[in-house]
Design a protein around this ligand. Structure first.
Ligand code: ADP
Length: 432
């Protein structure tokens, strides 16, 4: 029934009661009193319906008491329809929530919902095994459960771009990768993945590369030594063989370079992080590297200049920094045609210190830049080999910088030149 029809019914009831009262009153000679009785009856009916409604609201029963007609009939129907709609919506949300919980429970990674203060609100099945969360932990802080100070600093810092690796609170022999994703109003999703097996595989790979490189080192040195002797031998009987010896000598030199770089990389990977705390006299180190670059340039007339802030030193490992900086400078010489300019800068910046190498060389197309620090990634393999490259230089640079809390930035334009920047934080600066 529509609201209009109910309203008409309501008016009819009023007219009926008032009319009946009036008529009965007239018969008794008290017309007005009869009308009043009719109206009082009408009011009493309304008050009764109002009382029933209030009782129903108070008792919270399932169904509203039935009413046969009038405005109250319409009100009851509408309230029931609203309640049915609400019930349907609730059922739907319950279904969605159940589906969500089932799917997050099926996730192999531990997922925990925490608020801004780290208070645990919810977790999935995997979090029980991976993090050891149990019912009593609901409402407690995740910091009390994961007590690693590194994790506390990570959570507090609020920069979650990189994941964090910590030992598991359940079994310190296992390693976890923690990721935090902020969402909603002050909510955070914490994910923990067991990476023990991945770490083991990584260690196996690292050890394998280190062992192979190490085993190859001695035989290579022997072959290289003999080839050098043969190459220098003035015996006329060997004259025809000299170009072949020369090529073999060149190739073993290259292989020695690769083996040395691989060994250095595995030393960097297995070394303690962060790197040492010695004070490194960077201006002096750079002057030596510049002299090495002039020697490497030999006859190609590169203009190599160095501007270094005197007394600006770094805390770190001198031989690692030497490897990183010389790789960048020697690359600049190798990838800059004769007569080009190479500029080395070592200076303070508002946020720390910066070493940069700019060259006017061949440059690098933008699509290669993100991949340059991968092992054996070269833009032009032929050119790299020809100039004595191993394809490992920039991988070494990246590792050394990471171990010194630094960062590598690369800007380049094909045909115009490149700038490689090593950025170090203030905490790494040491002054003479
Ligand atoms: P490589 O031993 O081949 O030089 P690196 O890891 O040092 O290996 O460098 C990777 C690649 O990056 C190089 O093969 C080269 O293509 C490119 N590259 C590095 N430095 C420069 C530079 N200064 N100018 C142009 N290209 C460069």
């Amino acid at each position: 029934m529509s609201a209009r029809e109910s309203w008409i019914e309501e008016l009819l009831l009023l007219v009926l009661l008032a009319g009946a009262g009036l008529l009965l009153g007239e018969q008794a000679g008290q017309g007005m009193l009869g009308l009043l009785d009719g109206l009082v009856l009408y009011l009493a009916w309304h008050l009764w319906q109002l009382y029933r409604l209030m009782r129903w609201l108070e008792q919270g029963r399932r169904k509203m008491p039935p009413v046969a007609f009038g405005a109250w009939f319409w009100i009851r129907e509408s309230v029931e329809a609203l309640r049915e709609r609400g019930r349907r919506r609730k059922r739907k949300y319950r279904r969605v929530l159940k589906g969500f919980q089932q799917s997050t429970n099926a996730l192999p990674d531990a997922t925990v919902v925490i608020d801004n203060d780290g208070v645990i609100e919810w977790w999935n099945q995997a979090a029980r095994a991976t993090l050891g969360l149990q019912s009593p932990h609901r409402g407690s802080r995740i910091q009390a459960h994961l007590q690693d100070p590194v994790f506390h600093r990570y959570l507090q810092r609020g920069d979650y771009r990189e994941p964090l690796h910590i030992p598991s609170p359940v079994d310190p022999g296992r390693n976890l990768e923690i990721r935090v994703v902020p969402y909603g109003k002050g909510q955070r999703l914490l994910q923990a993945r067991d990476i023990t097996r991945l770490n083991q595989l990584e260690t196996v790979r690292r050890d394998f590369v280190a062992n192979v490189s190490h085993e190859m080192r001695t035989p290579l040195t022997v072959v290289h030594g003999y080839l050098e002797t043969l190459h220098d031998d003035p015996d006329p009987a060997l004259r025809d063989w000299q170009p072949i010896f020369g090529q073999m000598f060149q190739q073993t030199t290259r292989m020695q370079g690769i083996v040395e770089d691989l060994l250095l990389l595995s030393r960097l990977e297995s070394g303690e992080t962060p790197a040492g705390q010695e004070t490194v006299d960077v201006p002096r180190l750079l002057e030596q590297i510049r002299e090495g670059a002039v020697a490497l340039s030999a006859g190609q007339a590169h203009r190599i200049t160095l501007e270094a802030e005197p007394g600006l030193m770094l805390r770190g490992n001198p031989s690692e920094l030497n490897s990183a900086f010389s790789n960048l400078v020697f690359n600049a010489v190798r990838y800059t045609p004769a007569g080009g300019r190479i500029t080395l800068h070592w200076q303070r910046t508002p946020v720390g210190a910066e070493f940069s190498v700019s060259d006017t060389g061949i440059g690098i197309a933008a699509e290669h830049i993100p991949r340059l620090t991968e092992r054996f990634y070269r833009v032009d393999v032929g050119r790299s080999r020809q100039s004595g490259g191993t394809g490992l230089g920039l991988a070494i640079v990246k590792h050394v910088l990471t171990r010194h809390d630094g960062e590598l930035q690369i800007e380049s334009r094909p045909g115009q030149g490149s700038t490689f920047r090593c950025l170090f934080p203030v905490s790494r600066i040491a002054t003479a």
